[in-house]
Ligand binder design. Structure first.
Ligand code: NAP
Length: 237
């Protein structure tokens, strides 16, 4: 039995990954906090999907995710996350803690346990980072730090687990049209016009296509890579 796992599977990018990777493992575990939203995604995914409503920032949540894995792990996509669009001094301590827990600490503690399980080919992890990780945008300090952290964790893990045959890569989206944009949509549209060479937001499907490639089609020699899917935004600073 082989299992694929997607965190944030009810989200824009996570649900697109669920559709793109459908059928590539005998069971695909879809996890996030909202069970009903996950059930709706599961109903549209070809093949067997198991829903686990869990908060990966808690030990119980991570236990529930681990309990759903059947046989060996085939691949993992870390696509959960929360935004924090305020300067550090305007964020409450709880908001800072929640952002770092959801985007860095929770995924780190989950990965720590997943990497102790047995894996089978393609044995691939993709962590969803962000182009925020490489730039200093005012109002994004905590979010950007959490994304820089998860990206560097993933790239360092690539070396740490290489001998186990597990590949770990990072996909760094730019502005992607998902619920994540929330109330910032208008401000981000201006940013896209000014800073994105392709002059539009990306779609979750365009991110999922790259995730699928990295897991199922990329050369076995490709690990520790970070690929931005951002309409060229990183190239223009
Ligand atoms: N959209 C963009 O422009 C963009 C750009 C760069 C990077 N990203 C990154 O891409 C990833 C996916 O984002 P998205 O655009 O698909 O956003 P989204 O639609 O808001 O999805 C994020 C998902 O993460 C889940 N989540 C949040 N905290 C969680 C927790 N503690 N435990 C379990 N699940 C949790 C949420 O599900 P529940 O509410 O059900 O828990 C939500 O469905 C995120 O890591 C984000 O940082 C997005």
């Amino acid at each position: 039995m082989s299992t694929g796992l997607i965190t944030g599977a009810a989200g824009g990018i996570g649900s697109a990954c669920a559709r793109a990777l459908a059928g590539s493992a005998e069971v695909i575990v879809l996890t996030g906090r909202r069970g009903e939203a996950l059930e709706r995604i599961a109903a549209k995914v070809d093949g067997r999907a198991a829903v686990v409503a869990a908060d990966i920032t808690t030990g119980e949540g991570r236990d529930a995710v681990l309990a759903a894995i059947e046989g060996s792990l085939s691949w993992v996509v870390l696509a959960s996350g929360v935004p924090a669009r305020k300067p550090l001094t305007e964020l409450g301590e709880d908001e800072v803690t929640e952002t770092l827990a959801a985007n860095l600490l929770g995924p780190t503690l989950l990965l720590r346990r997943l990497l102790q399980l047995s894996w089978q080919p393609p044995a691939a992890v993709v962590a969803i980072g962000s182009i925020s990780a490489t730039r200093s945008l005012p109002g994004r300090s905590v979010y950007a730090s959490s994304k820089a952290g998860i990206e560097h964790l993933a790239r360092t893990l690539a070396a740490e687990v290489a001998a186990s045959g597990i590949r770990v890569n990072v996909v760094a989206p730019g502005v992607i049209d998902t619920p994540f944009l929330g109330e910032a949509t208008a401000a981000l549209a201006e940013w896209v016009d000014a800073r994105v060479p392709l002059a539009r937001a990306g779609t979750p499907e365009e991110v999922a296509e790259l995730v699928r490639y990295l897991i199922l089609e990329a050369p076995p020699y490709l690990t520790g890579a970070r690929i931005a899917v951002d309409g060229g935004a990183e190239t223009v600073g």
